[in-house]
Design a protein around this ligand. Sequence first.
Ligand SMILES: [Zn+2]
Length: 140
Amino acid sequence: MGDVRFTCRRCGGTLTRPVRRLEAVPERHHDGGFEFDPTMAQGTWATEPRRVVPTDDGRSVTIDSFLVLNREDLTDLTDHPDPRRHVGCCGRDGGHGPNIVCPRCGAEIGVIRDDCWTPQEVRLDPSAVRIVDLPPGPYA
Ligand SMILES: [Zn+2]
């Protein structure tokens, strides 16, 4: 697949720079110290597959798939207006619902995680965005 960009499903506004798809999300790892490296290298994206994870009380929950990107590839990082969505320690842990919105229409588009104990990544909601194929670059 060639380069694509993501647009808002509601208004069609551009959300990202051109990005190239990787087959899978790279393994998340610490940088040797306390913090995580960015999950995705700038200019790349990948789909986190839908998966079932066990809960502490012996049940399980299904986590829907989402699209993982580097925050630097968003053309405009726009915070959700509700401060309760931005809970975290040093940043945003991303566990309180969508916390970024479309800069043009305000639609909830996904989550940014940039807390000290979380992976550093943007997760776009596949139901909130469209993937637009680009003709061959360069896009310098
Ligand atoms: Zn929009």
